[in-house]
Ligand binder design. Sequence first.
Ligand SMILES: [Zn+2]
Ligand SMILES: [Zn+2]
Length: 109
Amino acid sequence: MSESHAKYGYLPDGHPDLFKDMPLKNPNPKIGLTELCPDCKGHGYRNLRLDAYGKGKHFQQLCWCHGWGYLAPGKCVHKHSKHVAVRGRCYNEYECLDCGKHYFIDSSD
Ligand SMILES: [Zn+2]
Ligand SMILES: [Zn+2]
């Protein structure tokens, strides 16, 4: 990830403007999301390029916490995964390196 970030001029990890102009999300205890996501720190997204679409409109990337900003304690969120196979148009199979589960992502949005 960091390689492509440098290539496209995206903000690197730890940049002070990663969460600029981004509201903090609230935890969602109803569905068990109570632990602050360590990567986006409760924002759900990170800025890749500031002012990409005009002043204050930043190009953002969805965090691996799926934009919630919070995690369920003790539950695997498949942070470290590898691509297994393409199972159809824009339909990909991944294997989680943390818990070994296979899951699918439809990237046709
Ligand atoms: Zn996150
Ligand atoms: Zn997992």
